[in-house]
Design a protein around this ligand. Sequence first.
Ligand code: ARG
Length: 564
Amino acid sequence: MENFKEQIAVILEGPTGLDREEIKLLLEVPPSPDMGDYAFPCFRLARTFKKGPAEIAAKLAGELGESPLLARVSNAGPYLNFVLKRSVLAEDILSRIREGKQVYGSSSRGGGRAVVIDFSSPNIAKPFGVGHLRSTVIGHSLHRIYTFLGYKAVGINHLGDWGTQFGKTITAYKKWGSEAQLKRDPIGHLLQLYVRFHDEEEKDPQLEEEGRYWFRQLEEGNREALDLWQTFRDLSLREFQRIYRLLGIEFDSYQGESFYNERLAGTIAEIVNKGITRESQGALIVDLGEDMPPCLLRKKDGATLYVTRDISAALYRFEHYRFAKALYVVGADQVLYFKQFFKVLKLMGLKWADRCQHVPFGLVRFKDGRMSTRKGKVILLEEVLNKAVQLSREIIAEKNPSLEDQETVARQVGIGAIIFGDLSNDRIKDVEFDWEKILDFSGETGPYIQYSHARICSILRKEAPSAKAPVMGEAYTAKEEEALLLQLGRFPAAVERAADLNKPSVIARYLIDLARDFNQFYHHCPVLKAEGDLKQARLLLADATREVLARGLYLLGIEAPEKM
Ligand code: ARG
């Protein structure tokens, strides 16, 4: 909207005696749209005019006459409020969508600065649970949003592939494992072994010692231990990648916890050198002050911890990417953990410590227990995804049996429903997962947005707007047209806000409103049955809506089928 500031500044220059740049700095966008599109505060003029600001506002409002830009200028207290002509606004928005120099809503505000996004990051040898889904879809969307705003987003899957638990897994596998079962269902088998280890450990305290032994072997580079670990890792990763493929997600790096092994000794030495550590019963810790428990860096048996690897990773990432921001998309159950971890970075005197940010999210609850697995504990994400695709398949077969390529559309809609069902909630809140709700084509759902998009595509297949038809702002006179246009105009701000808050839900909510505004418009304003210029104008408005719906879905990581 900067261009309008310039034009208003030209109008105000004479009457106020201020120069243009100064006026542009003073112009504000009022908090509520019914106060006008811009407001000019008159406080600055009090001295020159030797009057109170409210009086000046009233005088200026009376003086400013007709203008091709403005529908109305009025005074409200010390402010001068400007309402742009709707036709001017319409032309501006539609031409930016149609032929803007850059894709509508995108910007270069990031200036190529790096934003490192640590997301998904499941633990190997454990099932990929619904909890990891949240991190995966939120992180992926943030990656797209930051890229769209001109940042260099780096998506890192900080795989949980190291830690004392692998000493236990190795011990259990050596005792009770089966190669055949491992090949058939790697994660299932490893999980079963892990559970068994914990059961037997209660009876046989010797086991714990053995687990610790094998983790030490791993950390010391024992071949047998490493080979087993490597197998577990490869097999787990293969399973995870099936899920990422289903979701259409890629990472820039898979450097997980194990990657930092070789660096840990150096990291610990660096922390010790800062003089912030102390020994406590053989362990190495950092005191974090009154309000937080200390941070444990190394256990008395020499084993390193999750946080030791995170500190090492942060140092590495800064060295490598010189990030402007480092986001950690991890559940709210790790809030204290991240506070401790970041506090250590701060105590180390790292000037970039403040650039690290935890992006937490709430839990997923299932409305009905139908999706729980046999063991009743973890809900497997892959089952959820497959079920969503299956349900979409059934809905399509019933509602649109002649649709081409139903398999692809079922996947796009099913996966889209799951992603949107997650991202339409403020991430900090717990999500209630309800099959009926997320697949409802008329509710606040992914399929509803996709369906609105497909519906526009179908209109435009019947008649596309002429590429040469000029944008005609005066053609839009219905209130539904105005509402839709203004909503289209809010897209860039929604994208920025989503980035500022690290909340893709801002875009999801925006799309729900946009789809609703479009459907209102379509209900009240005939498009294909309109005539001449009006028809062209409405086709153009529909086309712009299609563009923004598709772009918004893309930013959430959701596909937009043209037919469904
Ligand atoms: N693997 C961890 C978990 O599943 C999440 C890791 C998050 N990233 C990090 N750098 N700590 O809980």
